[in-house]
Design a protein. Structure first.
Ligand code: ATP
Ligand code: LTN
Length: 328
């Protein structure tokens, strides 16, 4: 069975974008692949986090993993910092990365544009740590949203470079990016990605949002003056985004939805999208409420770290031997 791995960095509450672009797919993959999913808590602190908020976000993220259908019996779920080889191999991968390569990372460029002072070195080397996360497990596939493709490609380049220098050590990973829903856009500005770092909060639906509030956000999503439900990302980015959200959640192909809405107004369309989103959130939240009250979180993480650790320590040992760091 091929191995698949992915992670989420919960620097805030998880969003509908995270769900459609990433989480929901992990759930689908758990029977077809040997799946490892983790909470990238080391990645979170590349930007300052209030410890109280971070603790809550991490706990909620694990509860949401489970609430969305990840099953600890069918996949391995763990916290990155519980498996020490991530940080260790992260440093070794930083030593394989060229500054020129890291300078080209679009996410770094976007996140640091116009901010001179408070950019941490951690944020800069984040893609090297991400490469370590992937390479430690010999992952064949890495399902991610569109914005992470470049980072997975860097992991592949570093693996190749390491293999050339030190002999076959790492499997070369491939990103897996779905066609519809790989980039859910902000509801208030469909030229931007729906992001948990959204400061206005209007463009982003959180998985734990009050259901009525989430529906309101859909109803006030920015659209256009065309007045006809069509899938055209350039001319009608807002409507196209709602179509992607609806199609991803209901499974109905975009063309069918477009056909059903010919001759009808945006109001009616938005109402159906709001209902579909509301129903999905309700399902997730009901499960979430059960899980946070149980001892499932602790048990999942303990068992997950043991399972992941067995693979990671072995791999790290092999890498260090290859590099000449370990002598016995
Ligand atoms: P931020 O929103 O702060 O930039 P992020 O949401 O991209 O962070 P993660 O939480 O680590 O960071 O993302 C987890 C996964 O969710 C990644 O695979 C990412 O590509 C995917 N993802 C995030 N936002 C979206 C979105 N709007 N549409 C589709 N996928 C997304
Ligand atoms: N950088 C990713 C989170 C992440 C990840 C990974 C995803 C950290 N390590 C390894 C896949 C594989 C992000 O989505 N922000």
């Amino acid at each position: 069975m091929k191995r698949m791995l992915s992670g989420i960095k919960p620097t805030g509450q998880l969003t509908l974008g995270n769900y459609i672009g990433a989480l929901r797919n992990f759930v689908r993959y758990q029977d077809d692949y040997e799946l490892y999913v983790f909470i990238a808590n080391l990645h979170c602190v590349t930007v300052y986090q209030d410890p109280k908020d971070l603790r809550k976000n991490l706990k909620d993220a694990i509860a949401l993993y489970l609430a969305c259908g990840l099953d600890p019996e069918r996949c391995t779920i763990f916290l990155q910092s519980d498996v020490l080889p991530h940080a260790q191999l992260g440093f070794l991968m930083t030593c394989q990365s060229y500054m020129g390569e890291l300078n080209r990372m679009t996410q770094f460029k976007e996140k640091t544009a116009n901010k001179e002072e408070s950019i941490t070195a951690g944020l800069y080397v984040y893609p090297s740590l991400m490469a370590a996360d992937i390479l430690l497990y010999d992952a064949d596939y890495v399902p991610v949203g569109d914005d992470q493709k470049q980072h997975v490609e860097l992991a592949r380049d570093l693996a190749q470079r390491f293999n050339n220098r030190y002999g076959e050590t790492f499997v070369l990973p491939e990103p897996v990016i779905q066609k519809v829903g790989a980039r859910i856009m902000s509801l208030s500005d469909p030229s931007k990605k729906m992001s948990k770092s959204d400061e206005t909060n209007k463009g982003c639906i959180y998985l734990l949002d009050d259901i009525n509030l989430a529906k309101k956000k859909i109803m006030s999503a920015v659209t256009d003056m065309v007045g006809c439900v069509n899938y055209n990302k350039e001319l009608q980015p807002g409507i196209s985004n709602l179509l992607e959200i609806m199609s991803s959640l209901s499974g109905e192909p975009i063309e069918h939805i477009v056909e059903r809405y010919q001759g009808k107004g945006y109001g009616e369309f938005k109402k159906e999208v709001a209902e579909v989103v509301g129903a999905e959130l309700q399902k997730i939240q009901d499960r979430y409420n059960e899980i946070v009250r149980s001892d499932l979180l602790e048990r999942t993480l303990r068992e997950g770290a043991e399972k992941a650790g067995r693979i990671a320590y072995k791999k790290l040992k092999k890498v260090q031997k290859r590099m000449g760091i370990d002598i016995f």
